[in-house]
Design a protein around this ligand. Structure first.
Ligand code: KG4
Ligand code: ZN
Length: 380
């Protein structure tokens, strides 16, 4: 019998919904995406050079209901009308409630066995839209509600191979690099520990900030990567090297503020001569320094812990330079299995929340008790 999860992700600037069916095998779980829909607000936030929380909230609110309907439509699930029900739960957001009331007229779609939702970490106003939607539907349809840590979703999606996730035994080291997080986390004896993190900016955030300094659009990561690629292809390098902060220390922590400041200073000092080729070289040098910094810590962790599995996740895992560097690194550690998420699923999506939901399906919560936790660090 298939088990089907409706999943919701609204932690940052992507509103995403998916409907995923799972079938358990002896050593793995296989899944089928019945429907998935994603609305990226990136263009709306571009003028601000970063995500504007109240705008994110409004956009999530306007899009979450149409996306849920779209996913049911893709899955061939037709909602059946029945006598309108009463509001099942208090939602402290009248505008969202007004959008959700349409579900009061419909029966629970038969296939939905559980609802998984990102409760944190992320932007509080954004998270609450997903959390409230999930609370509403879970209490209306009386289906279990599974809270999912967003970063755990970024880990799990990296372990997918041919629409299956093997039940891994042994330790896992994960490198999480996104717009809000830069962490090395280790799973040993069924427990997750953050062994290293950024002391200031996240890696993706520093890509976004440097892009802004170079007048490149938000999100900055893909742009910086494209500019750096040009410099690499042309064989152009800057005559100076930017710093690689904390690279010599024993800890697994990183810091990006010094690199960011050095990049800013360089841009200010050479303002008069910045043409497109100079921007490409700055992008290349910044990318080299930023990625070398995190990979030196990753190597250190691989050496110290010799994990059975290594997985990379988060928006910056889309970066080809990072992926290639890790692929090269993987040859040095033959006893560790290296995993990468499909590029499409490196940035925020709802499939990763459904997959994490499967692994957390025994840890349900009452819709009355679920709250958004913007700074949550408990992976499971
Ligand atoms: O995981 P994600 O979609 O959202 C958060 O949870 O933060 O990550 C978004 C971040 C942004 O900072 C974006 O600039 C960065 O991922 N990013 C990249 C690339 N694609 C997205 N950074 C470097 N290279 C890329 N190709
Ligand atoms: Zn993310």
């Amino acid at each position: 019998m298939a088990y089907t999860i409706l999943s919701i992700e609204t932690s940052c600037d992507e509103t995403a919904v998916s409907l995923v069916s799972f079938k358990e095998h002896k050593d793995a779980v296989a899944f089928t995406i019945q429907g998935e829909a994603l609305y990226s607000q990136a263009e709306k936030h571009a003028p601000y050079g970063g995500v504007y929380p109240t705008l994110a909230k409004r956009e999530h609110r306007n899009n979450i209901t149409p996306l849920i309907l779209e996913v049911f439509n893709q899955a061939g699930v037709s909602l059946t009308k029945h006598t309108a029900q009463k509001n099942p739960i208090d939602i402290d957001d009248e505008n969202l409630y007004n959008m959700l009331t349409l579900f009061l007229d419909y029966k629970k779609p038969e296939c939905v066995d559980a609802i998984a939702v990102t409760y944190g970490p992320g932007l509080s106003p954004a998270l609450w839209v997903g959390v409230n939607t999930a609370r509403f539907l879970s209490s209306l349809w009386k289906v279990p509600l599974i809270p999912v840590n967003h970063m755990y979703g970024h880990i799990i999606i990296g372990l997918v191979k041919s629409a299956k996730i093997e039940y891994t035994k042994g330790s896992i080291l994960a490198l999480l690099v996104s717009g809000g997080h830069t962490e090395l986390v280790l799973k040993e004896d069924e427990k997750w520990h953050i062994i290293g993190k950024t002391l200031d900016d996240a890696l993706g955030e520093s890509f976004d900030k440097v892009a802004r300094m170079l007048d490149l659009p938000y999100p900055g990561g893909p742009c910086i990567e494209a500019y750096a690629k040009q410099a690499i292809e042309k064989g152009n390098t800057l005559s100076v090297q930017f710093p690689r902060p904390l690279i010599q220390t024993d800890s697994f922590d990183v810091s990006y503020s010094g690199l960011k400041t050095a990049t800013r200073r360089y841009i200010e000092d050479t303002k008069d001569s910045i043409d497109i080729e100079k921007k490409e070289m700055i992008a290349r040098e910044f990318q080299d320094a930023a990625i070398e910094t995190i990979l030196s810590k990753t190597k250190k962790a691989l050496e110290k812990y010799s994990p059975h599995h290594f997985v990379v996740g988060g928006g910056v895992a889309a970066n080809s330079f990072l992926r290639k560097s890790i692929e090269t690194m993987s040859t040095i550690y033959p006893n560790t299995h290296f995993h990468f998420p499909e590029k499409k699923y490196t940035t925020d999506n709802a499939l990763m929340i459904a997959l994490a939901g499967w692994f957390l399906k025994e840890k349900t919560i009452s819709p009355n008790d679920l709250i958004a936790e913007p700074h949550s660090t408990s992976y499971i």
